[in-house]
Write a new protein. Structure first.
Length: 130
């Protein structure tokens, strides 16, 4: 995987954690909270923002990426089905916004960003920080 796209996936993952389950009353469907990326390189805080969920980078392991802290990488994430939210994902690497999706299954949150109408997508796995 090219470095630029890997970095995009990393940053997309940052944002993916910022989306919460507004319409989901059960804890299993509540995406709000802080999430650790599967690589261990970042955390994203997902919280309500208006009638949607947003994900903001809350921690990075490498100092070179410290400027990403506070960056909103997921936004306008609205419930699409139980445990699923659709919205937008921002890629800090190229400054572009993509179609985004969050899927909560048990203790795992999967975030993805897509281009070309969903034909090409990259996903990142997150686990809830306790």
């Amino acid at each position: 995987m090219p470095y630029g796209f890997r970095l995009f996936a990393l940053r997309l993952g940052f944002a993916g954690a910022g989306l919460a389950g507004l319409a989901a009353p059960a804890l299993a469907q509540d995406a709000t909270g802080t999430w650790l990326r599967d690589s261990g390189l970042s955390q994203v805080k997902i919280a309500p923002c208006g009638d949607a969920l947003c994900g903001t980078v809350s921690w990075v392991k490498e100092a070179i990426h410290k400027d990403n802290i506070g960056l909103k990488v997921f936004f306008d994430m609205k419930p699409a089905a139980p445990g699923t939210w659709n919205g937008k994902a921002f890629n800090p690497e190229d400054g572009k916004t993509y179609t985004g999706k969050m899927l909560l299954e048990g203790t795992t949150l999967t975030t993805s960003g897509c281009v070309f109408g969903g034909m090409i997508c990259r996903s990142v796995l997150w686990t809830r920080v306790k």
